[in-house]
Design a binder for this molecule. Structure first.
Ligand code: FA5
Length: 346
């Protein structure tokens, strides 16, 4: 067989092999066998050097034509195989749109977070700033700057976890009163802030007490702030939280850092004040502690208490959420039981 016949023979075999190919792997193999380093056509081309000058262009043209034809048919076959694969996949993967879908469980923010955000919204709307505090506090800010010097008997009401004699887990958000007053430039105007956050006490856990819970501190300091401002502010906030027909009751109380101090009750939203299990048959529910900032607290922040006055309040976030949603055990907030939490998913 001369070279011309060899090429013609190879062409016929190859084209017939190509027609028979049905998958990509065989197709690629065929190309290697043909055009690879040791491929059949490559071998034939290597023999070109032994040809005469007359034969060489003829054989070269033949070989090139064959290689071109192979290239075109190879690509066409490749497309054909890919289309066949795609059609087979489409047929086997029919989609039944009537089948029920996978239900994706959607989480939600914790009910305490939601409560906090709702309260923040109300105060932001009244021009308050929101400040963050430190859960690890100093005795200085947690007690002394709140007018509770060492050995003050009222410290017993808020025992806590001590890290050193001077560093502790804060028992309330009130230290943020002193911290924000210290940082505020009163020459530019008054101060209005709320400070939400976690607090700690050496309390025994029960249905209404936890050794860690959340408070929201509020503080307004300016010239001519009176108790009427405190009253008007809390009235508005509590009505927004609990409904327009709620009434507030103000009882004298004692906090070392406010004078006068009050405890504020809200008329029971369940019975409207007639008496029920939620309000322990009194018609009222205690909701927060508040008062006019004690002059000593103002003076310790360098303010002249004959010029500046202010009000402050501290409310328990858990208590608000419990009252609003009829939750009867505070421990539910911290146990992470999805059955409890998902009731409040928004
Ligand atoms: C205070 O902590 C004062 N700092 C509040 C205050 C601020 C008064 C500014 C005046 C001016 P009291 O100890 O009452 O006050 O706590 C405030 C609220 O925290 C309570 O009404 C209650 O809702 C909540 N609270 C107190 N102890 C616990 C506890 N162990 N578990 C859950 N909530 C608690």
């Amino acid at each position: 067989m001369n070279l011309q016949e060899k090429i013609e023979d190879l062409r016929k075999r190859t084209m017939s092999d190509l027609r028979a190919v049905a998958d990509e792997k065989t197709l690629n193999n065929l190309r290697t066998v043909m055009l690879g380093k040791k491929g059949e056509l490559t071998e034939i081309l290597k023999g070109m050097k032994d040809l005469t000058n007359e034969e060489r262009p003829v054989i070269g043209a033949l070989a090139n034509a064959f290689r071109d034809e192979f290239g075109v048919k190879f690509e066409a076959k490749k497309v054909e195989i890919e289309e066949a694969l795609m059609n087979a996949a489409l047929e086997s993967e029919t989609l039944d749109v009537t089948l029920p879908g996978d239900v994706q469980k959607k989480g939600s923010r914790h009910i305490l977070t939601q409560t906090q955000e709702e309260i923040e919204e109300i105060f932001l709307g009244m021009g308050y700033e929101i400040v963050d505090g430190y859960e690890v506090e100093t005795d200085h800010y947690n007690f002394e700057r709140m007018n509770l010097p060492k050995d003050h008997p009222a410290r017993d009401m808020q025992d806590t976890f001590y890290i050193t004699n001077e560093v502790l887990l804060r028992t309330h958000t009130s230290p943020m009163q002193a911290r924000t007053m210290d940082a505020h430039d009163f020459s530019k105007g008054g101060l209005r802030m709320i400070a939400p956050g976690r607090v700690y006490r050496r309390d025994t856990d029960d249905a209404t007490h936890s050794h860690q819970f959340h408070q929201i501190e509020g503080l307004v300091v300016d010239k001519n702030i009176t108790m009427a401002d405190l009253k008007g502010t809390l009235d508005l906030v509590m009505k927004k939280m609990f409904g327009q027909d709620r009434e507030l009751r103000w009882r004298p109380s004692y906090f070392p850092f406010t004078e006068p101090s009050v405890e504020v009750d809200i008329s029971c939203f369940k019975c409207g004040g007639k008496g029920c299990n939620v309000c322990k048959h009194t018609g009222w529910i205690e909701i927060l502690g508040a008062g006019m900032v004690h002059p000593n607290v103002l003076e310790m922040s360098g303010l002249d208490a004959s010029v500046y006055s202010g009000f402050a309040f501290g409310l328990g976030q858990e208590r608000i959420a419990m009252l609003r949603y009829g939750i009867n055990d505070i421990r539910g907030f911290y146990q992470g039981d999805v059955r409890f939490l998902e009731q409040f998913g928004k």
